[in-house]
Structures are given as C-alpha cells and as structure tokens.
Design a protein around this ligand. Structure first.
Ligand SMILES: *[C@@H]1O[C@H](CO)[C@@H](O)[C@H](O)[C@H]1NC(C)=O
Ligand SMILES: *[C@@H]1O[C@H](CO)[C@@H](O)[C@H](O)[C@H]1NC(C)=O
Length: 312
C-alpha cells in the first residue's frame, strides 16, 4: 500500500492540476469574448443607417414635386453557371459557385427594372470563354451602351434590397444635375481595396467606348482559377493611371460605398478588417434600407442571395 500523501501535498497537486487548466480556461474565455464582440459588431453594423450613417451626398435643395429628367437606363448583368465559373480549394474542394444565383436574383432585378421603367439586359450569351467569365462584363456593357443613356452594371451576385430607390435619384444625388451630356462618364464606388468593378454606372459617350476598349485590352491582368479574375485590378490600374484632369472630368467615385454597392458583414476570419479600416467598413457595410447588396468575397452566393431576399 503506497503511503498516503500528507494533506498539504495533495492540495498542492490539485493546484498544480488547476494551473495546468488555466491557459485553457483563459483561451476559452478569450474565444467567448471575441465571439461576443463579433456578434455585437455585426448587430451594430447592420443598423448603421438608423445610427446616423447617411449614404446620400448632401444634395442641392430640390422641391418635393421635382421629377428627375427621364433618361434611358438599363440594368445589364450576366451569370455564368458553367464549370469554368467554379473555384476550387487546392485539394479539390469546391469553394465558390454561381450555380442557382440567376434563379435567385433575376426576378428581383426584373421586377425592379419593370417598375422603374428601365431596360433589363441579360448578356450571358456574350461570355467570352477565353477569359474568366467575369471579364465579359466589359463586352456586355459595351454592347448595350449604344442603346441607352446610362448602363447600370450589376455583377450576378447582387440583390436589390430597397426597390424604392431610383437610379436617377442616385445619379442626381452624386452629380447634382440631371443633364446626361454634361455628366461624368463612369460612376463607381470604392471599398477597402479601392475601386470596385462589381456595380457601376457608365454613360453613353465616346470616352466610355474608348475606356471600355482599353479595359478589355488589359490582358496582362487576366487570371485563371482564383477568386480574383483580374478585371477589377485592371479597372483600378486604368483609373489610377488616368491624368488628373481626365479623371476629374470623366470619373466620379461615390463618397459613400453604401449608396449603390453595400457588402454584408458577418463574423469571420476577415473581421480584422474592421480594426484596420473601421471607416471604410462603416461606409460600405450593408444596413437595413440600403439600395443594393453585393455578395463580394462570399462563397455561398445562392444561399446568401436567398437569405437577403427573405429579409427584404
Ligand atoms: C466576378 O467576380 C466577383 C468576385 O468574385 C463576383 O462578385 C461577381 O459576381 C463576378 N461576376 C460575374 C459576372 O460572375
Ligand atoms: C485595343 O487593342 C486593339 C488590338 O490590339 C487595338 O487595335 C486598339 O487600338 C486598342 N484600343 C485601345 C483603346 O487602346
């Protein structure tokens, strides 16, 4: 029979055991705390608009009966659901798929366009297979532009969440007048990474046609097999390298991303962005009442689209 330990000794042992547990307890506590903070952040961000965020630029005073001058506008989009549009993790796990996105959001877009009197163009047949399908937005926009004053490009993974907002009111708010001919040609938003090519306005003009041609010509940016296909980087590059004067005359960047390109926010490993650029996150985060949501960077496109459509 082993000698019994003196009481003090066994006490010391249990304490030692507990000490062993301590880092684990601390870690669980930290994990719990960060989850709590993340959920709180997501709760607050979703309510950005009621907490005083304003996506509209302060517009010139207009009388309530003011009606915007009618211009011909089309929403142009495409959705490639072929194998080529799928993205895999190394090892073969499917990462991102656009399957089912068209079924989920086309009705939403069509109804909105019909109600507002805009054209709706599905340019899926124009997809050029020699590049990732994302690039074909350039072809789609270019081919529609001659029939309209403005084309409003929408990536496939976008959902209109407030159909009371008109495209004219967005353009008027930004530009300050409704005269198409003296408007900037390209109207875009910026996110954490700079200009975003997922949702933008482009006006019928010689400048726009040439710009689209230059964009398509940026072949060195074409990238296969990644969530980035290069079309966005090419657009940023072009805009960054425009002479200052040309930039001022032709390109308008919305001061607030949430005016027409909001991103949903949810707790994830990317949440540290909130700490690095709280301002940009706040300006772009999807909040109740926003016009359009873009599922940028999200993999389960169809699931997100359906969830958003249920909420609105
Ligand atoms: C292009 O890629 C972006 C980012 O993955 C995505 O949001 C968008 O829907 C894609 N566009 C098309 C036309 O598939
Ligand atoms: C785009 O590339 C084509 C073919 O190389 C060329 O003919 C055209 O001038 C280029 N367009 C612009 C605007 O740079």
């Amino acid at each position: 029979m082993p000698p019994r330990l003196p009481v003090r000794c066994s006490l010391r042992r249990t304490i030692a055991k507990r000490r062993h547990l301590r880092p684990f307890l601390y870690l669980s506590f930290l994990l719990f705390l960060s989850l709590l903070i993340l959920h709180l952040a997501s709760f607050i961000l979703r309510r950005a608009n009621s907490l005083g965020r304003c996506c509209y630029p302060p517009s010139p005073p207009i009388s309530l009966s003011f009606s915007f001058p009618r211009s011909k506008i089309a929403i142009v989009t495409l959705s490639d659901e072929s194998k080529e549009s799928e993205i895999y993790y190394p090892g073969g796990w499917k990462r991102r798929s656009f399957v089912g996105v068209r079924n989920a959001v086309w009705g939403n877009k069509r109804r909105y366009a019909e109600r507002m009197g805009y054209g709706f163009v599905d340019a899926t047949t124009l997809v050029d297979r020699s590049r990732p399908p994302n690039w074909s937005k350039v072809l789609a926009v270019r081919s529609s532009l001659r029939f309209y004053d403005w084309v409003f490009w929408n990536d496939a993974d976008t959902v209109i969440t407030n159909s009371d907002v008109s495209l004219e009111s967005i353009l008027f708010g930004l530009i300050g007048h409704g005269d198409v001919q003296s408007s900037p040609d390209l109207v875009v938003t910026e996110d954490l990474n700079g200009v975003n090519s997922g949702v933008f306005f482009i006006r019928k003009s010689d400048w726009s046609q040439r710009f689209l041609e230059k964009w398509w010509n940026q072949t060195s940016f074409v990238q296969f097999g990644s969530t980035k296909s290069g079309d966005n980087a090419a657009l940023s590059h072009l805009i960054d390298h425009l002479p200052q004067e040309e930039l001022q005359l032709h390109v308008l960047i919305s001061p607030m991303q949430c005016l027409f390109n909001s991103y949903p926010w949810y707790p994830s490993w990317k949440s540290y962005h909130l700490l690095i650029s709280p301002r940009k996150t706040w300006q772009g985060v999807y909040s109740n009442g926003d016009f359009i949501v873009h599922l940028a960077g999200l993999d389960n496109k169809r699931g997100w689209a359906l969830k958003l459509l249920q909420d609105v």
